[in-house]
Design a protein around this ligand. Structure first.
Ligand code: FMN
Length: 326
């Protein structure tokens, strides 16, 4: 059955089979988590943001961020960079990873990134984003896309002129997070601006900000007219959000909320995949915040989290989770 709200999206010469996207999330969207989300209905996934400068310098650690999970046929690789020169130098390494889409980060608010002129600092200089996209597009047919905010701060909202520059440069898709750089991640995202952006451009638009449930996703699609939605904090510890949204958009019955059992079983699968990709020691160390996010809001989760933060080996995790894994 087809639904007017759930559909494929064309990004340049690539067709994405659905419109439920997993956001790039530094420290979260590694291969293991992306794989879990794809299994549960994510239409498209992005890498964590990758430093184009590190790529140009041929960093092994950075290359690893661009690897695909085994079930990941499509992958958007997101890079952050301050100018077209860095783009030119990074492209050869970037192309070796064969991304489906190359996304430019124009939204990261972190001082370390911004002070080098990358992330949301690019919002202050739309002419640079145009140049960056032109440079990359001159080297490859892979679609180039941008992810940006509404502006640097509430006194400099410039998403329309910024998007115009990006499209002039050749951007094939616009993803907007409805907050300014100064707002960080707090407060309500501005969906009115997302709606305005969609109404002004022909390239597909993906909306981001405050999508914490399937109902939020549906509401964003209906009220702003965007082509697709980006799940960010709403997907952390909650990869079920993709299937739930698809069900809702297709008019299917909503399944009952996931039990603690299902959540912990999924967390365990997530940890096992991370061990597969990163090795036990790294996975057990890095996974704490991710595993804790599965138990958020559940009865007894504080005690469980207390134990998780102290676990160091797979065996210790197994002991913590064992009553749920039978
Ligand atoms: C922990 C964390 C890491 C993030 N990392 C990235 C990133 O690497 N690249 C990016 O474009 N956005 C990043 N974002 C922003 C999200 O992709 C998204 O646009 C934002 O969280 C708004 O959506 P939400 O309100 O539904 O969470 C990050 C957000 C969070 C909370």
């Amino acid at each position: 059955m087809k639904s007017p709200l759930f559909h494929s999206i064309k990004i340049g010469n690539v067709t994405i089979p659905g419109n439920l996207f997993l956001a790039p999330l530094a420290g979260f969207t590694d291969k293991a988590f992306r794989s879990i989300c794809i299994d549960r209905g994510a239409s498209f996934t992005y890498s964590e943001m990758v430093s184009a400068e590190a790529l140009a310098r041929d960093s092994e650690k950075t290359r690893k961020l661009m690897e695909r999970a085994e079930n990941e046929n499509l992958l958007g690789i997101q890079i952050f960079l301050p100018n077209a020169d860095t783009a030119k130098r990074a492209v050869p390494e970037l192309l070796k990873a064969n991304p489906t889409v190359i996304d430019i980060n124009c939204g990261c608010p972190v001082p370390k990134v911004v002070k080098n002129g990358a992330g949301s600092a690019l919002m202050k200089k739309p002419e640079i984003i145009e140049e960056i996209i032109k440079t990359i597009s001159g080297e490859t047919d892979i679609p180039v896309t941008v992810k940006f905010r509404t502006g640097w701060d509430l006194n400099s909202i410039n998403y329309l002129s910024f998007a115009e520059a990006a499209v002039r440069g050749g951007a094939s898709l616009l993803t907007m997070h409805g907050r300014t750089r100064s707002q960080g991640y707090s407060g309500e995202a501005d969906w009115e601006s997302i709606k305005k952006l969609k109404s002004e451009f022909d390239v597909p638009v993906i909306g981001s900000g405050n999508i914490f449930s399937a109902e939020d996703a549906k509401r964003m699609l209906e009220t702003t007219g965007v082509d697709g939605v980006l799940f960010a904090r709403g997907a952390m510890g909650n990869p079920f959000i993709f299937e739930r949204t698809k069900n809702l958009l297709m008019g299917n019955d909503s399944p009952s909320p996931n039990s603690m059992d299902v959540k912990i079983k999924t967390a365990w699968e997530h940890l096992s995949l991370a061990v597969h990709y990163k090795g036990e020691q790294t996975a057990c160390r890095e996974m704490k915040k991710q595993l804790c996010s599965y138990t958020k809001g559940e009865k007894g989760s504080a005690a469980l989290r207390n134990r998780i933060v102290r676990a160091e080996t797979l065996e210790e995790y197994r002991e913590i989770f064992k009553e749920y894994l039978l």
